[in-house]
Design a protein. Structure first.
Length: 136
């Protein structure tokens, strides 16, 4: 019986996956969707929905396709209730990803955010950039 890795993907990786379907983040998310379990919290999903609702993305992907992407992620992801709060990242907006990792027993975080990458490893959780994840 194989065990799926438990993965937190930062909003920037998810947005790149949708907007740039041939990008490195898109390749990463395709692998994650096949071989891992994607973890979200209410807060991280809300941030993704908020970012993708911005009008600046209209030129790249229709609003309906963005909503469909969020809906599909909601169906394949595991939602993690946040019981333990984290206040450890130098950018407090990124703590929500650490909270998902901690509360969801994540194996890794995939992000393009330098503040999170600088914390690798964090409490036993590996933090990879998309290109480094592909090299693993």
């Amino acid at each position: 019986m194989s065990t799926f890795a438990r993965v937190v993907a930062d909003t920037n990786v998810l947005v790149s996956r949708l907007i740039l379907p041939d990008s490195v983040p898109a390749q990463v998310l395709r692998q994650v969707e096949l071989n891992s379990l994607l973890l979200f919290s209410e807060s991280t999903m809300y941030e993704l929905a908020d970012v993708l609702s911005r009008q600046k993305f209209d030129r790249y992907v229709s609003l309906d396709d963005r909503r469909g992407f969020i809906e599909r992620l909601g169906k394949i992801a595991e939602f993690i209730p946040i019981v333990q709060l984290v206040r450890e990242c130098c950018d407090p907006k990124d703590d929500k990803f650490l909270e998902v990792a901690l509360n969801g027993s994540a194996d890794m975080i995939i992000t393009g955010d330098t503040d999170l990458l600088a914390m690798n490893p964090w409490r036993g959780v590996e933090i990879f950039s998309p290109i480094d994840y592909l090299g693993t």
